[in-house]
Design a protein around this ligand. Structure first.
Ligand SMILES: *[C@@H]1O[C@H](CO)[C@@H](O)[C@H](O)[C@H]1NC(C)=O
Length: 232
């Protein structure tokens, strides 16, 4: 009964952020706001240019546009909480806001890793099999590739977020972080979090290692097919 109460949607979290250093908060507010605006501007320009310039209507620029769009979503999903936290004397957020933010950040980060490995594959085919490139990287291939990056990131995040929000919380609900970062929230749990931590570790190794492991595998494959070629 006690546990059920504690994980109810009525629970509120306090985000500590930099509240111990009020003077730093103002400085960081300005710095982060500026960086956010530069991020928005840069990515929006890239999206516009790749749409408007017909010479850039190629798979590589489609992926870059998708990456820019993803970066806008990713930064926006956390920066609003961070900036709000710098302004409020004590940032409190509801359980559901925290859960949504946790889901979005994890999903975007996962998507970014998968999308980067898709981009590595695109460049591999373009460089190592230039004659086959137009056939392999047709629109029927690269649109589902981008879409599946979003799907994989979303599903992985859904699994970890739902595992995390089921945990019973211990009491003071103070998150020592700027956002509802999943590991910072897991630290508040009373229950055993080893399953969550191991699961996160495995997912992170797969996601973070993916772009470079795809790259390595492709180099090995290339070497098998063209052993005389110095590139492999
Ligand atoms: C990114 O890719 C997805 C899936 O292919 C697509 O629906 C979306 O429109 C793309 N976004 C941009 C900005 O190109």
């Amino acid at each position: 009964m006690e546990k059920a109460n504690q994980t109810s949607p009525l629970v509120r979290f306090i985000l500590l952020g930099l509240s111990a250093h009020p003077r730093l908060e103002k400085t960081f507010f300005v710095l982060i706001l500026l960086m956010y605006l530069v991020t928005l501007l840069g990515n929006e320009v890239l999206i516009l240019v790749t749409i408007l310039d017909s010479r850039l209507h190629k798979p590589m620029y489609f992926f870059l546009r998708n990456l820019s769009f993803l970066d806008i979503c990713y930064t926006t999903s956390s920066v609003s909480l961070v900036l709000d936290g710098f302004l409020a004397p004590q940032e409190t957020i509801s359980f559901s806001t925290c859960a949504v933010q946790m889901f979005l950040s994890f999903a975007m980060a996962g998507t970014e890793c998968v999308l980067l490995s898709m981009m590595a594959f695109d460049r591999y085919v373009a460089i190592c099999n230039p004659l086959r490139y137009p056939g392999v990287m047709s629109k029927a291939a690269y649109v589902p590739m981008a879409a599946s990056s979003w799907a994989i990131g979303g599903v992985a995040s859904l699994v970890h977020t739902s595992l995390a929000i089921q945990l019973a919380l211990c009491g003071d609900n103070i998150i020592n972080h700027f956002t509802c970062e999943i590991l910072a929230v897991l630290k508040l749990a009373c229950a055993d979090i080893s399953i969550n931590v191991i699961g996160m570790g495995v997912t992170n190794v797969i996601f973070l290692g993916r772009p470079s492991s795809v790259h390595l595998c492709l180099l090995c494959l290339h070497h098998c097919y063209h052993p005389e070629d110095p590139l492999g």
